[in-house]
Design a protein around this ligand. Structure first.
Ligand code: J9T
Length: 264
């Protein structure tokens, strides 16, 4: 996969040199190229922003600089890679999710455009939206100083899904949000040796060697944690995926799943 990132802070992306993503780059699974947006500014101050039309606080990133930057990056790879899918991180975007991470992991080429200040002139997204898929994506309901950290989050979520990036091929499959058996359930607690640490014991069932009981216990823990931490996820569980034991547990927690009862 080819991955281009345009930012006024290329130094933000040094974490991509290490760990899983760093290894994938060394192996050639991932081709990451970070570009300095200011390289496409023409004035002595290498200006990338200006005041917003209509007034208001902050500054808006200029369309001409972005246009030249994107044209140069996209033009440079068009012959070999076609066109990229463009991602613009912004708190006003669609929520980024595991499902979108999986979708992005299937793309041959991603281009991330990092905005600072109050954002990028909207005509940039409009212009490139006519030539390639452009997605404005948010990583959560909070505001950052710029899109850089959001890009790191998305690159890590996508990168670990690429074939051969994760050491253990199964790790990506039973993630809390991966489509599959445990869909809509958070993962429960995990333990390793020693069996007693500072007086805290590992739950007996995990030492029992009884696979059926371990699986049941893990499902109970997943259900309890989902109800406690993400009640909206728990409420969305399809009742048809619950067995008798699940229903009893949720009942004991006084938790109701499935579509809301409209008759009351
Ligand atoms: C400037 O970018 C942001 O503040 C941002 C980007 C993506 N997701 C967010 N929640 C915030």
């Amino acid at each position: 996969m080819r991955l281009d990132i345009i930012s006024i802070f290329p130094e933000y992306f040094s974490p991509l040199d290490v760990s899983l993503i760093g290894k994938a780059r060394e192996r050639g699974t991932l081709d990451v190229r970070v570009h300095q947006l200011r390289d496409w500014a023409h004035d002595v101050h290498r200006t990338v922003d200006d005041t917003p039309y209509g007034g208001g606080p902050g500054m808006v990133m200029k369309p001409e600089v972005w246009g030249e930057a994107i044209d140069a990056v996209v033009g440079g790879g068009a012959a070999s890679h076609g066109t990229p899918r463009m991602i613009v991180p912004t708190p006003s975007g669609r929520p980024f999710s595991q499902e979108i991470a999986q979708e992005l992991a299937a793309e041959p080429w991603l281009l991330f455009a990092c905005g600072r200040y109050e954002g990028i002139d909207s005509r940039v997204m409009h212009e490139y939206g006519a030539r390639m898929r452009v997605d404005e994506l948010s990583i959560g309901d909070y505001v950052l100083a710029g899109g850089e950290v959001a890009v790191l989050v998305m690159v890590e979520a996508v990168g670990r899904l690429l074939p051969g990036v994760l050491g253990n091929a199964h790790s990506a499959v039973d993630d809390s949000f991966a489509p599959g058996a445990m869909r809509n359930l958070l993962e429960g607690p995990v333990y390793t040796k020693p069996p007693v640490w500072r007086g805290h014991e590992v739950p007996d069932v995990l030492l029992s060697g009884h696979h059926g009981k371990v699986a049941r216990w893990r499902r109970d823990q997943a259900l309890r944690r989902t109800v406690a931490n993400r009640p909206e996820l728990a409420a969305a569980i399809d009742p048809a995926t619950l067995d008798k034991h699940d229903r009893k547990l949720l009942d004991d927690l006084a938790f109701r799943v499935g579509p809301e009862d409209m008759a009351h």
